[in-house]
Design a protein around this ligand. Structure first.
Ligand SMILES: *Cc1c(COP(=O)(O)O)cnc(C)c1O
Length: 353
């Protein structure tokens, strides 16, 4: 029985975010920017130390073991850290908490497509300044009245990293707006804007365990900011769901943060493979932005990206492609292990030469 229009008219309806595919069969999976390496061995130990008997109890609502580990790692106070179920959860709460003026918030026209979905979901007006012809964010486009600003650094899917002077310039021109820098890929890139939070009371930096820390499946993200803004986020969280982080996520997350060496080693391997991938793809005639992330944003002047995407998929090599007019010539290719990249190069060598 179809639900009647009288009922439907008062239901919130949204165009949801479309995540990359998670195929059940074994493929070379270069489509959702996951890390090809396992998480720190400390995560296994943390899992082994869990006692299912404790699962009858709610977890610590303040997530203090994880907050403490993160605060120590970044040299900030515990009241400057907020944790959530992946940075998607943290970012969505940020939209709800901080973007409440009637003015439009600003984010780039080509960026993480979830921003638009949250703006629509929460009915926040928004405007999307265009990237320039080289896919760079134009700082001056953010020198206008707004209800807040958000962008990733490095940006996705362009993979371009902007230095901290660029971030500071945007902050200087927007002293009365909240500026959120989504640093999902920062460990592969350069300096984090976390070092600016003491200087700007309007800055929020978010990061995730999903990419460099190899824990997309555990769903952990966090925000670092000043204590006042973190308190506001916690107030909203406690008005929504007090127990967002499971006992497993808290234990595994804290263990992962403490293993700094392992993170550095994994990041080093991925960056090496990234630079090798740039060389290989350049030899095959591909063009791409100067990626500072764990993926490349690449096009081939002679081959249709949409077709290539479908063919690769048939060959069990998954990459990402969007039918959006401005980027439909491009493929987003996650950096996997060297062996996985070799499978891609072998296929492309036969296909495009
Ligand atoms: C992957 C990603 C996120 C979200 O990651 P979570 O898995 O929810 O932590 C947020 N922003 C950008 C730009 C991303 O690429």
């Amino acid at each position: 029985m179809a639900v009647r229009a009288e009922i439907l008219k008062n239901i919130r309806s949204v165009d949801p975010y479309v995540p990359g595919e998670q195929p059940q069969e074994k493929v070379v999976k270069l489509n959702t920017n996951e890390n090809p390496y396992p998480p720190s061995p400390g995560v296994q130990e943390a899992l082994d130390s869990l006692d299912p008997a404790d699962f009858r109890l709610y977890p610590d609502p303040s997530s203090s073991v994880l907050v403490k580990a993160l605060a120590e790692n970044y040299g900030v106070n515990e009241d400057q850290v907020f944790v959530g179920v992946g940075s998607d959860d943290v970012l969505s709460l940020c939209f709800l908490t901080f973007f409440n003026s009637e003015k439009p918030i600003l984010f780039p026209d080509i960026t993480y497509s979830f921003y638009k979905v949250w703006a629509e979901l929460y009915r926040i007006p928004y405007e999307c300044p265009e990237l320039d012809k080289d896919f760079r964010i134009v700082g001056a486009d953010y020198y206008r009245e707004n209800g807040g600003i958000i962008f990733p650094n490095p940006n996705a899917p362009t993979a371009i990293y902007e230095e901290l002077d660029f971030i500071e310039d945007i902050l200087e021109h927007n002293r009365d707006s909240i500026v959120i820098v989504d640093e999902a890929y920062i460990d592969f890139a350069g300096r984090s804007a976390i070092e600016l939070i003491g200087k700007y009371d309007n800055l929020i930096v978010t990061q995730t365990f999903s990419k460099a820390r190899s824990m997309a499946g555990m769903r952990i993200g966090y925000a670092v900011s000043n204590p006042d803004l973190i308190r506001c986020l916690n107030d909203v969280k406690y008005s929504f769901n007090s127990y967002t982080m499971s006992r497993a996520a808290l234990a595994c997350g804290a263990a992962a943060v403490k293993d700094v060496e392992y993170l550095e080693e994994t990041v080093r391997k991925i960056k090496e493979t990234r630079e090798r991938t740039k060389k290989e793809l350049a030899q095959l005639g591909f063009e791409f932005t100067d990626s500072k992330a764990n993926f490349l944003f690449a096009r081939h002047p002679r081959y249709d990206a949409g077709k290539l995407f479908e063919e690769l998929k048939e060959a069990h090599i998954y990459v990402r492609h969007w039918n959006d007019e401005k980027i439909r010539d491009y493929l987003r290719i996650t950096i996997g292990t060297d062996e996985e990249m070799d499978v891609l190069f072998d296929y492309l060598r036969k296909r495009v030469c």
